[in-house]
Design a protein around this ligand. Structure first.
Ligand code: MN
Length: 344
């Protein structure tokens, strides 16, 4: 051990590229689509100024200054939600590749400050699988980000199998990031009076659904090496582990359920990691440590959507042993995302 301040890696930090902005602008007036991420895409379409969009586009000095001000050593960058997942398959595949090139260049410029998750286009599963290989082998990126559903479809569905297989084969953890739930949710989540479909509720409700679908489909039995990462303190699922297991055993006894092979909670030990993004709440952190331990728990901010200073102060205020702190601050991220350890 050294006496140096432990390095702090933030693992769910968003950026955007000009290619993505241009493609989103061309999508046209579809109002539902432009509501993604609190309406920033609508402002983009209207050419309205957006400090948020400026922060997303900055892969240089402005971002580094925000990190330095709060003692953040590294951003693990990911193309902001919904990424390329609203675009047609060919455009999405192209924009993902160009954004990944841009990401790799930023990491090359600042290798101790940035790492990156590749964007892929699930609309073209074979193309996405090829991009995962290119991102991990050629671009030396650190994993993959997928913004939950694609056109209302989920990664446990058979068509997406090449993506899961490639992620497993090339050691690319899939960071399952939220986006606006499919339009069918609007009937119960979004109307003229209130819209619960974004960060307040819909993101976590739909992303946790996606993760449970993956677990219950046996995805981690088919792909034992597959790693899934959930933000927002596990999108609520750590609180549900007892009940997921209870109902799993009921299903096995009464209905002969055969998948998954192990109780759902067990996959949080072997295949699923969580991050603190956007959940700067000590009781929730302490609860997650109590039920999950600290081997699969990582720090994240959700830059620029949430406050860097608050997130840094939150994690530094947690009562952690030195070993727990090192795992949460940097060691788990280094292991799960293949990030090179800091040199002394
Ligand atoms: Mn985020």
């Amino acid at each position: 051990m050294t006496n140096r301040r432990p390095r702090l890696i933030a693992t769910e930090e968003a950026f955007a590229t000009p290619e993505l902005l241009a493609a989103m602008r061309e999508l046209g007036p579809g109002p539902d689509r432009m509501l993604e991420m609190g309406g920033i895409w609508g402002r983009l379409r209207d050419n309205a100024p957006s400090a948020l969009m400026d922060a997303l586009l900055d892969l240089g000095e402005g971002r580094l200054a925000a990190m330095d001000a709060a003692g953040i050593d590294m951003h693990l960058l990911s193309l902001t939600s919904p990424g390329v997942q609203l675009l047609d398959a060919a455009t999405a595949t192209e924009v993902a590749a160009r954004s990944n090139d841009r990401l790799a260049a930023a990491v090359a410029r600042h290798p101790t400050r940035f790492a990156g998750l590749a964007a892929v286009a699930p609309q073209d599963p074979a193309g996405a699988a090829a991009e995962i290989e290119r991102a991990m082998r050629t671009l030396r990126l650190n994993g993959v980000v997928i913004n939950s559903h694609t056109d209302g479809e989920y990664l446990d569905q058979p068509g997406f199998e090449p993506i899961l297989a490639a992620a497993e084969a090339f050691g690319a953890a899939i960071y399952l990031h939220p986006r606006r739930p499919p339009a069918i949710f609007d009937a119960v989540m979004a109307n003229d009076v209130m819209d619960l479909s974004a960060g307040m509720w819909g993101f976590a409700a739909e992303t946790s659904l996606h993760a449970v679908r993956l677990i219950m489909s046996g995805a981690f039995d088919r792909h034992p090496g597959l790693r899934l990462v959930l933000g927002h303190m596990g999108e609520g699922l750590p609180f549900w582990l007892y009940r997921l297991d209870y109902m799993y055993h009921v299903d096995r006894r009464l209905r002969g359920r055969t998948r998954p092979e192990r109780p759902p909670s067990d996959y949080f030990r072997t295949n699923i990691a969580i991050t603190t993004s956007g959940m700067n709440h000590l009781p929730a952190l302490e609860y997650c440590i109590a039920v999950l331990g600290t081997e699969n728990l990582m720090f994240a901010i959700d830059y620029p959507y949430q406050e860097t200073g608050e997130a840094a102060a939150f994690i530094r205020s947690a009562r952690l042993s030195e070993a727990e702190r090192d795992r949460i601050f940097f060691a788990n991220a280094e292991r799960i995302f293949h990030i090179a350890p800091a040199t002394a």
